[in-house]
Design a protein around this ligand. Structure first.
Ligand code: NAD
Ligand code: UDP
Length: 318
């Protein structure tokens, strides 16, 4: 059991066996925290945390946080990252996605309140839906189809933001909300369906790159270490409204496919597939708030980040 000490804060990371939760854990351990990771492996993997086995500052609990979370330990901070995140994952698990965004967030906030801990919600640019304002600023309320297939994720996260603000205003929990824009890097699942692992996996296997729609839709890709840095800074701040964290470098999905083919020197062709329902046409973060409030700025350029990610996927395919 971890007990409070001034020198070693105790952080809980829900979704700690996932792509971002495991990178956040590594960063927190580096900052001198002790970390309790909680995950039910619905989309996570033991491979993301096996390097932590035997670390006395780390503990793992297999648990579904949509059910009551019992923890005897002292807790200083809770990072709530548990949720399927890839469109394929949340379409395959619509009810668990709704439950973890609503019941799971309620349980994690209840734990924060009971322990007197700070709380950070991993929210998403999907709160803006298929945006009619571009680039997206935090004061834009979004354009979400609540009953479309993506609604299970978007509305769960919007509820999660609402309950987080309620715990801040009515229970005075020290809460933070990050709206994460498309983030990529090592430890993504090769077959999670998101465009970065999909295209890299296809290029490295000399298969066609599958562009959904005509490829004119845009995304802005942020490397994971930049994102984690922004999240850590936000957790230390006294700012309570949502903050966009992402890299404003925007490109079309067609340009992204061409970049992957160029960098991997793949012989792959491009194959066009139907565009999924409600797929946002544009996405780019306005990061003025993160710049001014946190002094945060992405540092890893696209070429450098994507090459490191490709190197990682080579080891998964070999
Ligand atoms: P991921 O699927 O790799 O990680 C999510 C983790 O949560 C997995 O390990 C999964 O097993 C776990 N989980 C899900 N439901 C759970 C439950 N009920 N109880 C316990 N564990 C549960 O995805 P990720 O990309 O690391 O995303 C992490 C968080 O960041 C998510 O909340 C996601 O919505 C948010 N986010 C990510 C991105 C991105 O680009 N990666 C963008 C926006 C928001
Ligand atoms: N996409 C694609 N081919 C794929 C996977 C995704 O063209 O094999 C497109 C998808 O339709 C979307 C963009 O790439 O327009 C980003 O998709 P992703 O699943 O990574 O996340 P999203 O940003 O939609 O949440």
């Amino acid at each position: 059991m971890f007990t409070r000490s001034a020198s070693q804060p105790i952080s809980v990371v829900t979704g700690g066996a996932g792509f971002l939760g495991s990178h956040l854990t590594d960063r927190l351990l580096k900052e001198g925290h002790r970390v309790i990771a909680i995950d039910n492996f619905i989309t996570g993997s033991t491979a993301n945390i096996e390097h932590l086995a035997g670390n006395e500052n780390y503990r793992f609990i297999k648990h579904d946080v949509s059910n009551y979370i019992f923890l005897p330990d002292d807790v200083d901070y809770i990072f709530h990252f548990a949720s399927p995140a890839s469109p394929i994952d949340y379409l395959e698990h619509p009810i668990p996605t709704l439950k973890v965004g609503s019941l799971g967030t309620h349980n994690a906030l209840g734990l924060a309140k009971a322990k007197g801990a700070g709380f950070l919600l991993a929210s998403t640019s999907e709160c803006y839906g298929d945006p009619l304002v571009h680039p997206q600023r935090e004061d834009y309320w979004g354009n979400v189809n609540p009953i479309g297939p993506r609604g299970v994720y978007d509305e769960a996260k919007r509820f999660a933001e609402a309950i987080t603000m309620a715990y801040y205003r009515y229970h005075h929990v020290n809460t933070h909300i990050v709206r994460i824009f498309n983030t990529y890097g090592p430890r993504m699942r090769l077959r999670d369906g998101r465009v970065v692992p999909a295209f890299i996996g296809q290029a490295l296997s000399a298969e066609p790159l599958t562009i959904f729609g005509d490829g004119s839709q845009t995304r802005s890709f942020c490397y994971c270490s930049d994102l984690i840095d922004g999240i850590f800074k936000l957790s230390q701040s006294d700012f309570h409204e949502p903050v966009n964290i992402g890299n404003p470098r925007e490109m079309t999905i067609k340009q992204f496919a061409e970049e992957i083919i160029r960098i991997t020197e793949a012989s792959s062709e491009i194959e066009y597939r139907p565009l999924p329902v409600d797929d946002p046409k544009v996405r780019q973060p306005d990061i003025t708030r993160a710049r001014t409030v946190l002094g945060w700025e992405p540092r890893v350029d696209f070429d450098q980040g994507i090459r490191q990610t490709i190197d990682y996927f080579r080891t998964r395919i070999a």
